[in-house]
Write a protein that binds this ligand. Sequence first.
Ligand code: NAD
Length: 313
Amino acid sequence: MKIAIAGAGAMGASFGFLLAEAGHNVILIDGWDRQVEKIKSDGLTFEINGKATTKKMDIYYPHEVKHRVNDIELVILFTKAMQLDSMLSDIQDALTANTKVLCLLNGMGHEEVVARYVPKENFLLGNTLWSAALLEPGSVKLYPGGNVNLKNRDPKSKDDAIKVVDVLSEAGLSANYADEVMASIYKKLCVNAFCNGLCTLFDVTIAEFGNTKSELEVVNQIISEIIAIAKFEGIALDHQEMMTSFETVCDPEKMGGHYPSMHQDLVKNGRLTEVDYINGVIAKKGQQYGIPTPYNKLITEMIHIKEELLNAK
Ligand code: NAD
């Protein structure tokens, strides 16, 4: 299959590498010149389970795609949320009636953006529990043990979604056809919402945050607000399951020892965060639905203050 990865950072480059290894014709598309130039000159280095492999990969800037790439069968979107619109705008001329587009960004609110460029029958929506890090330009690391959940937006396109599930699974990415994909997206949003913003504000690892005596009530409130919003949309989430997933991510043997990605973006790299698509989207929906969401709203506003203080770009 001819597959374009739109947004070849930690996740996109990792997925692209594995799909190319599985025999697919993969092109990477990325707008960060340090990443693009390094991969063009020295190939992409991919690490998993302590083993690093370097592979030559085709990589283009978004504005080059229109003239250089055609017949793309599948686009996997892996930009940061703030980059999604401009990426789709740059590559839209390379999308044909036969191009399926799978959005795997974290958070919510991407559906409206993608729908401006992609007809419903070609739009697949999902999320992933894989996690990855960009070690330096041209070098990414995938942490073992993730999966992908996805579903077609148009009921007529189920066969296309199943084909993409098979392609990802054959490449070792453990994909599932998820009838309840929105529940899966909400569950992942909960995980991001209760630790990303707060660890970034307090400048601590997930385990350090989880070990404080006072964090449980705050996490409880964040989760309760998200559950109320999901319920309004007809999606049932289990409060205890979400609290248990908080304990799991705090485990220092698992993700607990890490700073979450929002912290890495803002504190380590001075980049803007995806908070508007995580806590912010809950606050926005709360306002629309008339449901109080003060905790998610406050976290969003405080992260924006920190972005300003750190002059994030
Ligand atoms: P990323 O930041 O690694 O890459 C996104 C884009 O930013 C790429 O274009 C990349 O080249 C560029 N970029 C990376 N580092 C940069 C820097 N220092 N300066 C300037 N540009 C830089 O993003 P990601 O982690 O691959 O995430 C992509 C999407 O997938 C996001 O929506 C994220 O929330 C989601 N996601 C990430 C993970 C994870 O573990 N990384 C897991 C699940 C979902």
